[in-house]
Design a binder for this molecule. Structure first.
Ligand code: GLP
Length: 248
């Protein structure tokens, strides 16, 4: 099933379940890398893209050379967690994407969770992204409050990589439930970095995302719901599962 709620720049595809959504996402990413072998992939973490990353990595199992130029930038990171903590986005990406695909350090850009000066860390990521960017494909999950990365709802959004205050919803995110301590802040690419990406792949699954997906589809473009800014983007593919799309 496919929706055309407003325009042809923002395509929705509803898949029967999480597995099918992930398969389609993996195929989408695979095709993008075939088109552009040195593609710069911006990678969200969290529960949503895990299976898609696994299938994407598996899809290159017998063609590793073809993916040997892929570049990755980490969308966001918790600040204040010990570097080796399993709850960090770094640990997640190493396990699910960088390790399985053999992404070498020269092809990876990411905020260090224990950076001594987080603002300087964000500035360093911003200028590295200026040189290496723009992002070719930005994989995003949808926060239950509409956040993208740690671009949290509020009266204003920040265009570039920055230190972000975390919302209650982010502080309660399952990733950090078992972390050694509570994260103190977030570091995230900005909404401008996302909007400058050549294309966006937004993944949304589960009944707990239903209300956020409804707001995305029906709501106004407003900084109080950062994902709505994606309506300003020229090339968004949103893959969701039937649970998230129920009733829409
Ligand atoms: C988290 C992460 C984001 C992620 C989003 C959704 O806070 N910072 O990178 O995309 O929220 O997470 P999930 O996919 O687990 O719902």
């Amino acid at each position: 099933m496919r929706y055309h709620p407003h325009n042809r720049h923002f395509l929705f595809f509803v898949q029967p379940d999480y597995e099918e959504m992930s398969r389609r996402a993996a195929r989408h990413l695979h095709a993008k890398v075939r088109e552009r072998p040195d593609l710069l992939l911006c990678a969200a973490t969290g529960g949503t893209p895990t299976r898609a990353y696994r299938l994407f990595a598996e899809s290159w199992e017998n063609h590793r050379r073809e993916v040997s130029r892929l570049r990755v930038v980490k969308l966001d990171e918790w600040g204040g967690l010990p570097p080796g903590d399993a709850g960090t986005c770094e640990a997640y990406l190493r396990e699910h994407l960088l390790g399985p695909l053999g992404v070498t350090p020269d092809r990876y850009l990411g905020f260090r969770p224990d950076a001594p000066d987080p603002a300087a860390e964000c500035d360093a990521v911003a200028s590295a992204l200026d040189e290496r960017g723009p992002v070719d494909v930005c994989v995003l999950g949808l926060g239950v409050n509409g956040h993208l990365g740690f671009n949290e709802p509020g009266p204003a959004l920040h265009p570039h990589a920055h230190v972000a205050a975390l919302s209650r919803e982010s502080l309660e995110h399952p990733m950090v439930r078992h972390a050694a301590g509570a994260p103190l802040f977030g570091m995230t690419l900005g909404i401008g970095d996302i909007l400058r990406a050549r294309s966006v792949l937004l993944l949304v699954n589960g009944a707990h995302k239903r209300e956020a997906l409804r707001r995305l589809i029906t709501g106004p473009v407003a900084t109080e719901f950062p994902a709505s800014l994606l309506w300003l983007h020229a090339d968004v593919t949103c893959l969701c599962d039937a649970d998230a799309a129920e009733g829409l």
